[in-house]
Design a protein around this ligand. Structure first.
Ligand code: AMP
Ligand code: ZN
Length: 112
């Protein structure tokens, strides 16, 4: 399958790995938008949040457990943001479900 993140998970494209287990892979974003910017992805190819259903949603819960662990390891005690872009109009550029874990700076809401 021609999927950038599947290739990163398989080690065919290099990445700065932060965490890996049987079902989840995490690596540093190549174009960081914060001092800490990690992408957390399921190893299973799920195209976007739209494709989450009762058969594959357990990995999403696990991703949030992993996010809490990475945030702690990265020293983000003051808070952090977890973002998922779903679909073209939300700015999803890679069609493999991923959660952006960002921290180390102040964030505004609703944008930026
Ligand atoms: P999104 O726009 O939500 O689909 O996020 C895709 C993210 O993947 C962007 O933040 C990119 O900077 C990041 N990205 C693209 N290619 C790579 C790569 N080879 N290694 C790490 N991150 C990447
Ligand atoms: Zn994929």
């Amino acid at each position: 399958m021609d999927c950038l993140f599947c290739k990163i998970i398989a080690g065919e494209i290099p990445s700065a790995k932060v965490y890996e287990d049987d079902t989840v892979f995490a690596f540093r974003d190549i174009d960081p938008q914060a001092p800490v910017h990690v992408l957390i992805v399921p190893k299973e190819h799920i195209a976007s949040a739209k494709e989450i259903n009762e058969t594959n949603s357990a990995v999403v819960a696990h991703i949030f457990e992993v996010a809490a662990k990475i945030a702690k390891d990265e020293g983000l005690e003051d808070g952090y943001r977890i973002v998922n872009n779903c679909g073209d109009s939300a700015g999803q550029t890679v069609k493999h479900l991923h959660f952006h874990l960002m921290g180390g700076r102040e964030f505004t809401w609703p944008a930026g």
